[in-house]
Design a protein around this ligand. Structure first.
Ligand code: 1GP
Length: 239
């Protein structure tokens, strides 16, 4: 993917569903998710993700036209055949391993097999200390708006990452802060994820961020999850 192609893809994404290969989803629920009108399905999770459960989920999603993207948290689960690959760089991680450790190990191990043209880095800022992602990465989540903005600028201005991801996984975040971070970005797209459990929250998140990611509620209240698609798409995109 050249820069312009990556830019087009990212700009087209307003709503994304995130499916966890380690969680059960019935065929009928998967059918509804894939036909929902979402822009793409992300496959990814913090724990219990293996090559086999990732490949299984990809095969099920491939029956549908919806683009399917793998978010890699472990090189062991690097399954070929996805439309694109998202590689998190956890900016506020407690150890270097999650910033530039595991990624370098994966590159050393897989070298020439990596499809760079469809690989996109995400500058993650994890803000819910109770989430599995925060525990796994030892993220410094007790930080104020100034620090969040500083991490976002680091990603956007210094590292020139194409995506900044404000990750509140499991909890609905501070939309004023999300809005402030998005308005400050020069080149990166702002992804927001966490606690989008109904249409109203989806609208609020869509007004603040470029792209809204919906995860957990798929497994808890499918109808509410599906309603987030129209809610996001019906909200005018922020600048
Ligand atoms: C998780 O950002 C996503 O990585 C979505 O969060 O599961 O809380 O919807 P939820």
């Amino acid at each position: 993917m050249n820069d312009r192609a990556a830019e087009r893809l990212l700009k087209a994404w307003r709503h994304l569903f995130k499916l966890d290969p380690d969680r059960y989803l019935s065929d009928s629920a998967l059918d509804a998710v894939c036909r929902s009108g979402t822009d793409a399905v992300i496959v990814g999770g913090s724990t219990g993700v293996t090559f086999d459960n990732t490949a299984d989920l990809l095969a099920r999603i491939r029956r549908y036209e919806v683009p399917c993207v793998l978010e890699l948290s472990s090189a062991d689960a690097a399954v070929p055949g996805f439309d694109a690959y998202l590689v998190p760089i956890v900016l506020n991680a407690g150890t270097a391993e999650w910033i530039a450790g595991r990624q370098a190990e994966a590159i050393a191990a897989y070298g020439s097999m990596i499809p760079w043209d469809v690989t996109i880095a995400e500058g993650y800022i994890i803000l819910n200390g109770g989430s599995a992602a925060a525990r796994l990465t030892g993220a410094r989540t007790e930080i104020g708006g100034r620090d969040v903005l500083a991490y976002a600028r680091l990603a956007d201005r210094l590292m020139r990452l194409p995506v900044v991801y404000l990750e509140y996984s499991g909890r609905f975040g501070d939309m004023e802060l999300v809005e402030r971070v998005r308005a400050d970005l020069k080149g990166a797209r702002l992804f927001y994820g966490g606690g989008v459990t109904d249409a109203e929250r989806a609208r609020r998140a869509a007004a603040a961020a470029h792209t809204v990611i919906v995860g957990n509620v798929i497994y808890e209240r499918l109808d509410d999850a599906l309603a987030t698609v129209a809610a996001v798409k019906g909200t005018p995109p922020p600048a």
